[in-house]
Design a protein around this ligand. Structure first.
Ligand code: AQP
Length: 330
């Protein structure tokens, strides 16, 4: 079976964007692939974190992933920093990555503009660590939101170059962007992506928001003044974003949604979007609270996950060390 690797950062409570663009699909892919899913705590350090919050969120995120249906028996759920081999491979790959190609990454440009006081080296070399995350497991497929496709491309380029210099070592990973709702936009500024670290709480729906909060936030969502539910990303980004969310949960096409709300106002439409969103998230939240209460269970899953991930990762690092000429003792 083909292997999947994907990760999510514990930088905040996951949003509806993370759910639709990533973790919901992670659960759906399990019957068909061998999956490794990771809480990317090392990546989170590229932005300054409060240590106690980071530690708490890491465990909470693991519990949330279990709540969406990640199966830790048949697949692997782990925390990135628990598998030190990621950093070991990352250094070797960094020495095989050009300054110029890292300089072209739009996420680096965006995040350094957002945090001008902390444009650190980790933010710049983030794509190298992400390449290591993927290549270390020889993942065939990487399910990511559309915003991550540039990082996947650089991982392929690094792998390809390494294979060219040192002989076949890495599988070239393919991106897997879900067809519908690949990128969920901010409810407050629908031309920006919805982000869990956004300072405006009305810009996102959190996976842990209760129904009242979900309704309130959708009611406030920015739309436009023409009052017609029609899909047009360019001219009607707010309405189109709500339609994408509605389509994800109902399985309806954009044409079907336009027909359903023909002649109705945005008020009705927003309520319908809020209803289907709350219906999707409520059972996940109940499960999340149940799992999080059992800290020993969550930690046990993560310990086991780290051991299983390390076995694969350490093999890759040994092979790479040998290929690049690092002396290994018997
Ligand atoms: N708005 C989005 N729509 C669709 N997919 C999204 N993803 C993130 N935002 C959206 C996908 O979620 C996965 C995990 O993301 P991440 O935690 O690694 O970090 P991110 O992409 O930087 O997400 P955020 O929410 O914007 O976090 P912050 O605010 O910390 O930067 C990825 O697969 C991503 O594509």
């Amino acid at each position: 079976r083909k292997r999947i690797l994907s990760g999510i950062q514990p930088t905040g409570t996951p949003t509806l964007g993370n759910y639709i663009g990533a973790v919901r699909n992670w659960a759906l892919l399990q019957p068909d692939y061998d999956c490794l899913y990771m809480v990317a705590d090392l990546h989170a350090l590229t932005v300054r974190q409060v240590p106690a919050d980071l530690r708490r969120r890491t465990r909470e995120l693991a519990a949330l992933l279990l709540a969406v249906g990640i199966d830790p028996e048949n697949h692997v759920l782990f925390v990135q920093s628990h598998v030190p081999a990621h950093c070991e491979l990352s250094w070797i790959l960094a020495c095989n990555t050009q300054f110029g190609e890292l300089s072209r990454m739009t996420q680096f440009k965006d995040k350094s503009a957002k945090h001008p006081d902390n444009v650190n080296g980790g933010l710049f070399t983030y794509p190298v660590l992400m390449a290591a995350d993927i290549l270390i497991y020889n993942a065939d497929l990487v399910p990511v939101g559309q915003d991550q496709t540039q990082h996947l491309e650089i991982a392929r380029n690094i792998a390809n170059r390494f294979n060219g210099v040192y002989g076949d070592t890495f599988i070239l990973p393919e991106g897997y962007v879900p067809a519908s709702g690949a990128k969920i936009m901010s409810l407050a500024e629908p031309t920006k992506k919805m982000s869990k670290s956004d300072t405006n709480v009305n810009s996102f729906i959190l996976m842990t928001d209760d129904k009242d909060t979900i309704v309130r936030k959708f009611k406030r969502a920015v739309t436009d003044s023409d009052g017609v539910v029609r899909f047009d990303r360019e001219n009607k980004p707010g309405v189109s974003n709500l339609m994408a969310i509605y389509g994800t949960f109902t399985g309806k096409t954009m044409e079907e949604i336009e027909a359903e709300f023909a002649g109705k106002g945005y008020g009705d439409f927003k309520m319908a979007v809020a209803e289907v969103t709350a219906d999707a998230l409520t059972p996940v939240q109940a499960e999340y609270n149940r799992i999080l209460a059992d800290k020993a269970y969550v930690d046990g899953v993560l310990k086991n996950g780290a051991e299983r991930a390390s076995r694969i990762a350490n093999r890759t690092v040994s092979k790479v060390y040998r290929k690049v000429g690092l002396l290994q003792l018997d």
